[in-house]
Ligand binder design. Structure first.
Ligand SMILES: [Zn+2]
Length: 263
């Protein structure tokens, strides 16, 4: 029996990818639970910032934390809004400088379709794992988040920036040649970013621990169904995939306090 507040699973880039769930007193290697029956029960909420038992609003934070702390500011989801390179504060300039003024990568990832995305360089390949991408490639490396953000915005007019999570989870995917896509898109990269275009780029391929893909998926919502039991058949992105086609997005349930039993 494990008990703790859900946080996104930690991962290790291996074949297949290894997943770990941090349950306060235990660090569970989820790969070892494949084909086992797992039951999960919602027992409360705990904001990942203030640790108070409050309803979770977004990203694992309660409403007041979400609108106050620098970890939940708009530039996280919209990198083009970054202003630390101008010495301009949003919520906490010291934090923003630390996070924004470091190498960032603009990448192409194929999880259900090819999409463009931005991440801090030290989050490669973690970011790709979390998205359930089976192949990905860096295309641009820039010295700050703002430049990555304006590149993504420019490319969004010509390629998706979203994953179709149903397709990703049913493995309705095709291999693509990301270098061909990079060539096609490179003309749309903003002039000030062109010097940062990467040469000799190579695809990274990712293998997820899935023993059986569902044909269609139904998403488990703990607020509506506070107790669930099922046989774990796979892990992809931040989703647990069960035998009865139920899928559970661990990341979307950050801040939920659960009891987990392995039967
Ligand atoms: Zn809070």
């Amino acid at each position: 029996m494990y008990e703790g507040v859900l946080k996104k699973m930690k991962t290790a880039f291996a074949s297949p990818i290894q997943y770990y769930l941090d349950m306060k007193t235990d660090f569970i290697n989820m790969n070892q639970l494949l084909n086992r029956t797992i039951s999960m029960k919602l027992i409360g909420y705990e904001c990942l910032n203030c640790h108070l038992e409050r309803p979770i609003y977004r990203q694992g934070f309660c409403k007041s934390c979400f609108f106050e702390i620098p970890q939940a500011a708009d530039w996280i989801m919209k990198p083009e809004l970054s202003t630390a390179h101008l010495d301009k504060e949003d919520r906490d300039l010291a934090y923003e400088k630390k996070m924004q003024l470091q190498p960032h990568i603009v990448y192409l990832a194929n999880s259900s379709n090819i999409k463009v995305g931005v991440t801090r360089k030290n989050q490669v390949p973690t970011r790709w794992i979390d998205q359930g991408a089976h192949e990905a490639m860096e295309i641009v490396e820039v010295p700050n988040r703002y430049l990555a953000g304006i590149t993504e915005v420019a490319l969004k007019d010509h390629i998706s920036d979203k994953t179709n999570w149903r397709k990703m989870l049913t493995n309705s995917i095709e291999d693509a040649d990301l270098n061909v896509e990079k060539e096609r898109l490179s003309v749309y990269i903003p002039e000030e970013v062109k010097p940062y275009l990467k040469n000799n780029t190579q695809e990274t391929h990712l293998e997820f621990p899935v023993t059986q893909y569902p044909e269609k998926v139904k998403s488990l919502n703990l607020d509506k169904t506070p107790e669930y039991t099922g046989i774990l058949k796979g892990i992809k992105g931040q989703y647990l995939i069960f035998e009865d086609s139920t899928v559970f997005n661990v990341r979307a349930n950050e801040g939920y306090v659960v009891k987990i039993d392995v039967i």
